[in-house]
Each structure stands twice: as C-alpha cells, then as structure tokens.
Write a protein that binds this ligand. Structure first.
Ligand code: ZN
Ligand code: FE
Length: 249
C-alpha cells in the first residue's frame, strides 16, 4: 500500500491509498474532484472507493465530480454522518472499530468525535488518515463535540504504534508548532520540529507524513497529561486550556 498526498484548495490534503498489485486506489477526503482525478491519472490508478473522515465541505466537496467520472464507487463515512445524510452519495456507514479490507489490506475505522460528531480516522498498515482530528503539531477546532470528547479522541490516537505515519487533513504544521513552542518553550523537540517544518515549507515541500511517536513528543494536544503544560486540575481542564489558547492564537 502506498499513500500519495494530493494538495487541494488552500491548504487541504486529499490522499490516494494505492494498492500496487492491482493499481486500484481509494481517495481520502477529496476536497475537489479535479486534482484528485488528475493525481489518479498521473499515478495510473483506478479509483474504487472514497473514504471520508467527516462532512465538512473542504473534505467532501469533490465527491459529486468524482462520482460523475467514476461509476460504482464505494463511499465510506461514519454512521453518524450517514444518519445525518451529510456526506453526498455515502454508500457505507461505519461504527467505531469496524474493520474492512481494501484490495486485501486491512483498514480499521477509529471513531474520534470532537471536531465534528461522527468524525472518523482510517488506520491501514501503519498509516493513519486523521482528517481534522489530529494535525501535525495540533488538532482540529472543537465544533460539534465537547472538550472531553476531543481529548478522549486524541488519547485514542496517541496510543497507536509510535512508528505509524500521520496523514492529516491540512497543512497547518508551522502555525501549530509556533503555538506549541509558546506552550512549551523548554521543549527542544518542539523547537527542532518547528525549524524542520519551516525549512520544508520554504522549499515548497509538504510536512506530511508525521509519526505518532514524534507527535507524542511535540504535539501539545497529545500532551494534556503533562502536569506543567497548562493550568488546570485534570486532563480535561488542561486540554480545554490548550485548545482555547490555540483558538485565540
Ligand atoms: Zn473539518
Ligand atoms: Fe478541514
């Protein structure tokens, strides 16, 4: 399995998940149809499935256009979004812990509500497609869920294997790590990650993928149980202080 990031819109990433044996592919969070179809053509792959992490327009906006070009797509999203009918043309509704196979590759669905309700990540052979729940150096805003939900969701993701790759929904890494550096000025790994991200962006390179292990050392939203990271008597209070601080940053 090979993952190919497809930059879309301002700062979104869609991804092609490619089975090299069959040259069949799934597209994750197609914000727009044109760049995703172009990337599939460039890679010489046939799109079979679309995997949606949540219903926001900058993640599902390309569904209709891809469905026009490609018949019989399997379109996967959460059961919640299916009930709410807010992912266009969704064919398949997933609950937390569902495992499906794509071209023989096992894919696990992780429910991670907070940014939205019915937000899911896809975990396949050491690759995490995390949408707007986990970003490199940060996390999504809490729009529909509660702070407790978002903390629990990130807690679940940080327990994945340290060497798992993180393919997130947006290129927000530099801004996220600038905030992280303010939160933990003594954390030399944050400073090094920020310098590395800035140098990549200066060269026009992407900062994806990250790794779960690096996020555990640098992402404040994985570090809510470090007692000194923010003011508050417990994990939820510290997480809330961190998230509200980022909202104002
Ligand atoms: Zn979103
Ligand atoms: Fe988004």
């Amino acid at each position: 399995m090979r993952i190919v990031p497809v930059p879309c819109m301002q700062d979104n990433y869609a991804y092609l998940v490619i089975d090299e044996a069959t040259k069949n592919a799934a597209a994750v969070d197609p914000s727009e149809h044109a760049p995703v179809l172009a990337a599939a053509a460039e890679e010489g792959v046939q799109l079979r499935e679309l995997w949606l992490t949540h219903h926001h327009f900058d993640h599902v906006g390309g569904i209709e256009g891809i469905a026009e070009a490609v018949p019989d797509l399997v379109i996967r999203g959460s059961a919640h979004d299916h009930r709410e009918k807010r992912i266009p043309k969704q064919t398949t509704a997933h609950e937390d812990g569902d495992v499906f196979t794509f071209e023989g590759h096992e894919v696990r669905v992780i429910d991670n509500p907070g940014h939205t309700l019915g937000a899911i990540s896809f975990f396949a052979e050491g690759n995490l497609c995390s949408g707007d729940t986990l970003f490199i150096g940060g996390c999504g805003r809490v729009f529909e869920g509660t702070m407790q939900m978002m903390k629990d969701s990130l807690g679940k993701l940080r327990d994945l294997p340290r060497d798992a790759s993180v393919w997130c929904g947006h290129e927000y890494t530099v801004k996220n790590l600038e905030y992280a550096a303010g939160v933990e000025p003594e954390n030399s790994e944050v400073a090094a990650a920020l310098a590395a991200a800035k140098s990549k962006r200066a060269k026009g390179e992407m900062t994806v993928p990250g790794t779960i292990g690096a996020e555990r050392s640098t992402n404040p939203f994985f570090r809510y149980d470090v007692p000194t990271i923010a003011a508050g008597p417990d994990d939820v209070a510290r997480f809330t202080a961190l998230r509200e601080g980022k909202d104002r940053f």
